[in-house]
Design a protein. Sequence first.
Lengths: 187, 295
Amino acid sequence: MKRLKTYLKKWLSMSPKKEKLNSRALLIFENTSEVIKAENILKKEGYKVMVVGPPPQIRKGCDLAIQISIIESAGILNLLEKRKIKPLEFLPLSDDQTLRPVELFHIKDFGDYLMVRAANIKLTVEKRTLKIVNISGGGCPDVPYLASLLIGKTLNDAPFIKEFAHTLCGYALALAYQKAKELLCLE
Amino acid sequence: MLGIVGILPYSDIPVMVEKPILTEESCLIVKNRKIPIERGTSALIASAMKVLKWFEKNDHILCFLVGDIGKGEGSKALYQYLSKFLDEDPVSNLIEVFVFHYILPDVDGLIRVLMSLENLTRKPFLIADAGFMYVVKMAGYSNFFDLFTPDVGELAFLADEKAPHPFYTRGFLLAEEDQIETLIERAYKYHNLPQYVFVKAKKDRVVQNGKIIYKIEEPFVPALEAIGGTGDTLTGIVSALIYCGYPPDEACRASAILNRLSGCLAKVDPSTQIDKIIQFIPEALEIYELNQNVA
């Protein structure tokens, strides 16, 4: 019992020092039955989610929302899309305001190569061949995996990367890829 | 021992604790499996091993690895395994420098690991980069660590006390080269920096207690920014140098030069892959040491 108390005391003292609100987001749905369906799907796949009431200023549709981990948002949204459930809105949260993504795109021209930066991810393409030659940045586990799918492919024959993204880093990579395609691929 | 924690981009690798073998063909061999050296934790391990070999400490390395392609199951298993290992295996007390790298950020998993680290006989020198650095900042434990190695975008994330991830830093915190000093000041003010920070940028900065002590801009190799894994090799080199006895500030300065020099020797362009740069780390070390002796 003494050991357990010591363990619990230690656990409490080591709890996150900061409120975890900043690492969460809300999914807003059209109606309650969609909330319930989405909750069931996500919990079955092992995601930690919670049904909550959205703040008054962002109430749309039904009065329930699902709170998710912001880090895993890309994978969660992909899963719901596959199951044909589309949230009305995706809202990252912070203490006093809704978070917005960083100013998304920066472009750097290396002469024969073009580098597109989206948030913390950089994707570099050889202009002449449209081949994706390098991907750098990020820290979440899907980035090295997605990079292995993309490197060596051209912008036109690369896989639809958004489908494989599970995290915000993966999502940023998908955005960088999309932007590079817009800039370099002429219809 | 130098401990390295991270994920590999495969879905079928279970949690393992191994001393990898570095081959001449740009591969790691871990439990009889060939892992190509690419951006990510494999690049960090390979670059650390090149430095360890230079100092004749080849087998002073222990890697905690798992496969994870982003879904997070591997990462969750790694947090649990690592915590248990630190609690139960006496080898954990031999780890003097510990590097934490790519992983899915998970605050609960992190807390368990930190509790276990606190119970060690002697706290290792703790280095965090990539996903692990994100979750350490999210949980508010930056000053439990000793060294972070962010790029400029990640520094903006550290500077924004409300940002949960580099994707969501607030608009007034620009991730630009000329804002680095401001970002460092703000991150330090909000206790989101450990004692040492290495900022990977066009002009690298070495920071101690919130103050810039070194700026390194040569050799200048512009293509390095585009090459995936150059941040990972930097972290691998600095970890190994600290393990081999370099003071942290000198290790940071030296690793900036070595990383750039390796890129220079490899004659890189934006399409160069990281394994080519890693091959030149020993030559870079030779040149660096020669210059130190002459000086």
